[in-house]
Design a protein around this ligand. Structure first.
Ligand code: URA
Length: 439
């Protein structure tokens, strides 16, 4: 075995460049050295590019994940009673799933101790959506986090600075060196953070289509399978669903608009695709938490907690525990409305075959709902409400969507929102939202 003292980053880069398999020692040397600042950006970016071209096998990818996960603090959730479940989505437009699914599974007895992220570019982040409710705190100490999950079964907080520092540096570097698109790099980046966050079971929602990292079903399946294998090899019950992003999820895109839709969904008035997704994903999470034995039993329990109001009560308890003003949940009309409301009208007849998620996500961002750079300030009231979804018939003059903003001079956005709707003459067959389940 080579000693660190004789190991050189340049040899590791060349080995991968030439298609070799890196040893666990070499991978740990590169990751730890980079996290500590001993290895410069230019060498790590060369290694990432070699991985983009040459790939990594299962063993290398699992070692990379383990090394990244141990580059910082790992959260100890062992003092939370019961099975801790977590879910992760690879990033969507209109994806308010966690705000619906979290209360649903915890109302059924599962424990959800979740660390979430902020939105960037065309995708929104759960933390930003939560902060559209005044008072909501997303920074809890580890003790507060554990206590809240023990007391009410759910907490969602921001990822602490000390978790996975190797990923923070590597992801920022990959972003500017053309090295994001690599299955082993994406899989290790996502899984190292999830594993460091300490849950026993993880459900991954891997999206494909316009607006998703993975453009095709096949690519999404490869990423999902890789992540499930990593999670299992490191001792966690890891499963994945593959869902499509050929349109935004639900009808609302934008922070307080999405919170309102999450509330409506917990009151039994959610849009069809979102309801289908939370039933499917919720049932799997209840199986992972050993609360139900079959998928049908899980779906029945999810429906029951919507119908009897328990899931909404859980949402209220969760926001209250984190300081949120729950009068906004009880009376969503309280959310501030944007100054300008613009209706987007269909110019042709047809059936909606696609609503380009990337275009809708970028348009919502330009209306004020998202950030182009991490320092941008979000307008919680801005966004888009879709009036039509894939499969719907459209007549010229019908409402396609409504845009909300406090900005002027954004007329080109309205055209983009209109053009995001792809119409065809023939009827469109709508497929189920979950295309595959991998466990
Ligand atoms: N999300 C992550 O956290 N990491 C990636 O590499 C890609 C998406």
């Amino acid at each position: 075995m080579l000693k660190y003292s004789v190991m050189r980053m340049v040899d590791i880069i060349e080995k991968k460049r030439d298609g070799g398999k890196l040893s666990p020692e070499e991978i740990r040397f590169a990751v730890m050295g980079y996290a500590k600042g001993d290895i410069p950006d230019y060498q790590m970016s060369a290694l990432c590019m070699a991985i983009v071209f040459r790939g990594m096998d299962k063993e290398e990818t699992a070692t990379l994940t383990d090394a990244m996960m141990h580059s910082g603090e790992t959260i100890d959730l062992s003092s939370i009673h019961g099975i801790k479940v977590d879910k992760h989505s690879t990033g969507g437009v209109g994806d308010k799933t966690s705000l619906v699914l979290g209360p649903l599974v915890s109302a059924n007895g599962a424990k959800l101790a979740k660390m979430s992220g902020r939105g960037l570019g065309h995708t929104g982040g759960t933390l930003d959506k939560m902060e559209s409710v005044p008072g909501m705190r997303i920074a809890l100490s580890e003790e507060e986090f554990v206590k809240q999950v023990n007391d009410i079964g759910i907490a969602i907080i921001g990822q602490t600075q000390d978790i996975d520092p190797a990923d923070k540096k590597m992801y920022a570097l990959r972003d500017v060196t053309g090295t994001v698109e690599s299955i082993p790099l994406i899989a290790s980046s996502i899984m190292s953070k999830k594993l460091a966050a300490g849950s026993d079971a993880i459900l991954l929602d891997v999206k494909f289509g316009s607006g998703a990292f993975m453009k095709t079903f096949e690519m999404a399946k490869t990423l999902a399978t890789t992540m499930v294998e990593i999670g299992k090899s490191l001792g966690r019950d890891t499963r994945a669903i593959i869902t499509d992003m050929d349109q935004p999820l639900g009808l609302a895109v934008g922070n307080s608009l999405e919170v309102k839709e999450a509330i409506a969904t917990l009151h039994g008035q959610g849009p069809k695709d979102l309801v289908e997704l939370v039933e499917e994903a919720g049932s799997i999470m209840l199986e992972q938490a050993h609360i139900v034995k079959t998928h049908e039993e899980g779906i029945a329990k999810i429906k029951e907690t919507i119908d009897n109001g328990e899931a909404f009560k859980k949402l209220v308890a969760f926001f209250k525990a984190q300081g949120g003003d729950i009068s906004y949940l009880e009376n969503p009309e309280k959310f501030e409305k944007a100054k300008y409301e613009t209706k987007i009208i269909a110019e042709n007849d047809g059936y909606v075959s696609q609503i380009n998620s990337m275009e809708i996500g970028v348009s919502a961002m330009r209306l004020g709902a998202g950030r182009a750079t991490m320092s941008d300030v979000i307008d919680m009231s801005a966004g888009i409400i879709l009036a039509k979804k894939v499969g719907d018939e459209v007549k010229k003059g019908d409402l396609l969507a409504t845009c909300y903003t406090n900005k002027t001079g954004v007329d080109s956005v309205y055209k983009d929102v209109h053009d995001a709707f792809k119409l065809q003459k023939e009827k469109v067959k709508v497929s189920p939202i979950v295309h595959a389940y991998i466990k």
